[in-house]
Write a protein of this length. Structure first.
Length: 663
């Protein structure tokens, strides 16, 4: 078969996969569009596992559908869209608000007119509490491991995998022009946001060409090349026999699983034809390696259905699939020889073996990938590189200072992993990492040189945890001043996992001053006037107090006691009435919400590990992981081990049975 035909075959394989992914995307888009349309009541499953039809549906239809049903959706609430387990339990926040409205007597607004009795109110409240808000740990609802996914290697995973496969560092993605993923929300490795098209496929072919060129043509790659092409023709050993040994090992590692004989034979035919055409042995091997590096089995993390056709029963993934899940979670790369050997032996799934591997892998330098690809995305660290404070307003905000701020966050987070510290250190700590320039910025003594160093903090240093880090404070500021709304939003979104709703499309930043009315005295008064607008007030009441608590830090994180000659106004009051002052007061507030922070951290790391957003069926795992963290003093490794040991991580279901599982 000529090379052009082989190229076409590989392209057809990839095109078929693109078609599959496109079909899934189309179904997802159709589902999203359907969810936006007014829905008719949906029939629940026959077994009615949430007792929705037998307990709640009739009451809602009788008393609530008139204002919150198919025809009218006051406040955007449509009870008619609820019917199956997924639609009900994925809307826990909505049901919480419904419960609060029922408890306050705000819903329905005229209970006597609708005949809504006290017993009916009690019945509906009990259903929300018992069936929606309470997790029944015995229920099969929470045994669903989630949908089966086809996960494409991210740009970083692609480069890392080539590095570990070939034995040397080479930016194949950069050489091929593969750009970094555009992350609207979440993480680069989320399957639902990944896209592959003909343009990207062409770049993968280019990447394969470039990395193989480096392997076979650069003189300093001789040792690496010998490790790949370890078998050569010799007396009694034909070129094809030697090539078979090379390809069996290479393909096994590249595909991250055992390889079928037919897969090797197809590649050997490439070697055979190249040799017949007069190619040298190395050149013939090189031609056979390229299809491997553009195969869907290399570019994607593929898992095979094991259950009966049409079944939606969950089953454990194979040991090789478990090894792949584990290595890309902790290392953002392929399994190493030790991990693969355990998978080959069929012992990786044993709890004690798996636990030992997690410990080994977390201690490996490659586990810095957890910081680079989870921690930095979660903390929005890339926003620091686009931070707005200008050198005109803040001459001290040099590029090297900005880099030191980024390194502080990076080293601090990675220390949680490398030293197995408590994740609560992110809320507050008595240490941080600075170099000389950043230490001077923070007014910390005794630090010299450009290297990041551990320093112990005193309360008078006003640092400790994320909220005292210059990187967080600078990336949530304006060009010439602080931006309390951005800082408060960052706390809600990143720390607590409760992002506020986006502002209305027609809202303006600040309304012009009204003639005859006094100008606001300061920025806080100006923001308060803006937040008084009915369309803005609800969110600003949640956001602004958190941001103003950080007003002692200027736009680049320097501590200050005064602004414009007046003491810093750092007082805040939460919507529930709790008052606090300054960063210390805010930290106390966050400690009272520690469980919320812990849950958010659990959810975020689970999302990263699983490559998908959390769903209702993950709630039991989230609750159990949070409890495990508390028992183990919130150590970083406890969460990693818990996720790896979870049903979500170790189980899957058939692709053709996934839809049925959400009944």
């Amino acid at each position: 078969m000529p090379w052009v035909r082989r190229y076409v075959v590989v392209r057809l394989l990839c095109s078929a996969l693109i078609g599959l992914l496109a079909a899934c995307a189309s179904e997802s888009e159709a589902a999203e569009q359907a969810a936006k349309m007014p829905a008719k009541p949906v029939a629940v499953s026959v077994d009615d596992p949430l007792a929705y039809r037998s307990t709640a549906l009739g009451l809602l239809q009788k008393h609530c559908f008139a204002c919150h049903g198919p025809d009218v959706q006051e406040m955007g609430l449509n009870f008619a869209k609820f019917g199956d387990v997924a639609s009900i339990l994925n809307a826990r926040e909505t049901w919480r608000k419904v419960r609060e409205a029922l408890e306050a007597g705000d819903m329905p607004p005229q209970p006597k007119d609708s005949g809504f009795t006290a017993d009916e109110r009690k019945q509906l409240l009990a259903w929300i509490h018992d069936r929606v808000e309470t997790i029944d740990r015995r229920s099969p609802i929470y045994q669903d491991p989630g949908p089966p996914l086809v996960r494409q290697l991210t740009r970083a995973e692609y480069n890392n995998t080539l590095r570990d496969l070939l034995g040397f560092q080479f930016d194949a993605a950069g050489a091929a022009g593969i750009r970094s993923e555009e992350i609207a929300e979440g993480y680069a490795n989320l399957a639902g946001a990944q896209v592959i098209d003909e343009v990207l496929l062409d770049k993968y072919f280019k990447g394969a060409e470039e990395v193989l060129k480096a392997l076979f043509e650069e003189a300093n790659r001789r040792v690496d090349r010998q490790k790949i092409v370890f078998a050569r023709p010799a007396e009694g050993v034909t070129a094809v026999d030697a090539a078979r040994k090379v390809l069996e090992r290479f393909v096994r590692r590249a595909y991250r699983r055992p390889v079928a004989a037919g897969e090797i034979e197809r590649l050997l035919s490439i070697v055979d034809r190249a040799l017949i055409a007069g190619d040298e042995y190395d050149a013939a091997i090189r031609k056979a390696l390229k299809p491997v590096l553009v195969s869907p089995h290399f570019l994607f993390r593929l898992e095979r259905d094991q259950g009966a056709a049409g079944s939606h029963e969950a089953y454990p993934v194979t040991d090789h699939e478990l090894a792949v899940r584990l290595s890309y979670f902790l290392w953002a790369s392929m399994p190493d020889e030790a991990l693969s050997a355990l998978a080959d032996a069929g012992t990786l799934n044993k709890p004690e073996v798996l636990d030992a591997e997690v410990k080994r892998m977390l201690a490996d330098p490659k586990a810095v990938a957890l910081t680079e690809h989870f921690g930095m995305q979660w903390l929005h660290i890339n926003d620091l590189r686009r931070a707005l404070p200008s050198r005109n307003s803040f001459p001290a905000f040099t590029q090297t200072l900005k880099q030191a701020m980024e390194q502080e966050m990076r080293v601090f987070f990675d220390t949680l992993r490398s030293e197995d510290r408590s994740i609560l250190d992110l809320l507050d700590s008595d240490y941080t990492y600075v170099n000389e320039e950043l230490a001077k910025h923070y007014v910390l003594a005794g630090v010299t040189g450009p290297k990041m160093q551990l320093v112990k903090l005193r309360p008078s240093d006003h640092r400790g945890g994320l909220l005292g880090m210059g990187g967080v404070l600078a990336m949530t500021s304006h060009t010439d001043r602080t931006k309390p709304t951005a800082r408060g939003k960052w706390v809600l979104e990143v720390v607590l996992g409760t992002p506020p709703s986006p502002p209305p499309a027609n809202v303006s930043n600040f309304k012009p001053a009204v003639k005859g009315k006094p100008e606001p005295k300061n920025f806080r008064d100006k923001l308060a006037a803006h937040a008084a607008d009915a369309t803005c007030a609800a969110c600003h009441k949640k956001i602004d107090p958190l941001g103003f608590a950080l007003e002692n830090y200027d736009a680049i994180g320097m501590w200050r006691d005064q602004v414009g000659g007046a003491p810093v106004d750092n007082a805040g009051q939460l919507t529930g009435g709790a008052e606090f002052r300054g960063v210390d007061g805010l930290k106390k507030i966050l400690r009272t919400r520690q469980s919320q922070f812990v849950r958010n951290f659990v959810v975020q790391l689970m999302v990263y590990a699983l490559g998908r957003n959390s769903e209702y069926h993950d709630e039991l795992a989230i609750a159990e992981l949070s409890e495990t963290l508390e028992r183990e003093k919130y150590r970083f490794s406890a969460l990693v081990r818990g996720i790896v040991g979870s049903r979500q991580f170790q189980y899957r279901q058939n692709s053709d049975g996934a839809a049925a599982a959400g009944k």
